[in-house]
Design a protein around this ligand. Structure first.
Ligand SMILES: [Zn+2]
Length: 202
C-alpha cells in the first residue's frame, strides 16, 4: 500500500509505477499504481502534447492499477494510450480496470477519460511497440501475472514484480535451480537492469 514516511524516503512510498522511454521517444508506463499520479503530472508539464503512451499492466491487483483514475493524461482529449495486460478470467480487460471506478467506489467513471484508449490482452510470447521489443513470461503469483523483458536501444530492462520462487530451495538461495525457477532465471539472464520483487522469503 502507498506509505509515506521515513521508511520510504529512499525508494518512494508509492505503489508500483515505472516509466521507460526509448531514445526515439516511445513511452512505456509499467504498472499504474499510485506513482502514476506524479508521473501524469510530470508528463503534462513536460510535453510535447498530445501525450502518446503505452501502459503495461503486470496484473490487476489494486496496488498495480490504483493510479489509473488519477493519471491526468487519460483525461485529455487528443492523447492516445494503449493498455496491455494479461488476459484475465471472465470479464474484459476494460471492465476489470474500470471496476475500481464504479459509482460505489469512485465519483468519476471511465467515460470521463477524454483520451483515446485501447485495450490489448497479453499472454506469454513476444510483441513489439514501435522500436521496443517486449517478451513476456507468467510469474508465480495469485491472479494472472506477467513479467516484461523490454529490449530497446541495445539495452534490456526486466520488470518482474510479485514473483514467488517455485521451490523452497530457490527461496533460500541454496541448491540447483531447476524447472520453473530455472526458466525464470533464464528469462532474467543478461539484463542490464532487473526490477524484481524480493519480499518472498522461504
Ligand atoms: Zn499482486
Amino acid at each position: 500500500m502507498a506509505k509515506p514516511g521515513p521508511d520510504t524516503i529512499r525508494y518512494g512510498g508509492n505503489t508500483s509505477c515505472v516509466q521507460v522511454t526509448s531514445d526515439a521517444g516511445t513511452l512505456l508506463v509499467i504498472d499504474c499504481g499510485t506513482g502514476a499520479h506524479g508521473l501524469g503530472q510530470h508528463l503534462m508539464k513536460e510535453g510535447p502534447k498530445p501525450v502518446r503512451g503505452h501502459v503495461l499492466i503486470s496484473h490487476t491487483h489494486w496496488d498495480h492499477i490504483q493510479g489509473i483514475p488519477f493519471f491526468t493524461p487519460f483525461f485529455i482529449p487528443g492523447n492516445k494510450w494503449d493498455f496491455y495486460a494479461p488476459k484475465g478470467f471472465g470479464e474484459s480487460l476494460r471492465e476489470t480496470l474500470a471496476g475500481q471506478m464504479e459509482y460505489t467506489y469512485f465519483p468519476i467513471t471511465p467515460e470521463a477519460f477524454g483520451a483515446e484508449l485501447s485495450y490489448n490482452n497479453l499472454s506469454e510470447g513476444v510483441f513489439r511497440i514501435d522500436d521496443v521489443v517486449i517478451r513476456t513470461r507468467y510469474l508465480n503469483h495469485p491472479a494472472l501475472t506477467i513479467a516484461f523483458r523490454i529490449e530497446v536501444d541495445g539495452a534490456v530492462v526486466i520488470y518482474a514484480c510479485d514473483h514467488e520462487p517455485h521451490s523452497r530451495e530457490a527461496a533460500d538461495g541454496v541448491g540447483q535451480l531447476d524447472g520453473q525457477d530455472l526458466a525464470h532465471a533464464e528469462f532474467l539472464r543478461d539484463a542490464d537492469l532487473v526490477i524484481h520483487d524480493a519480499q518472498y522469503l522461504a
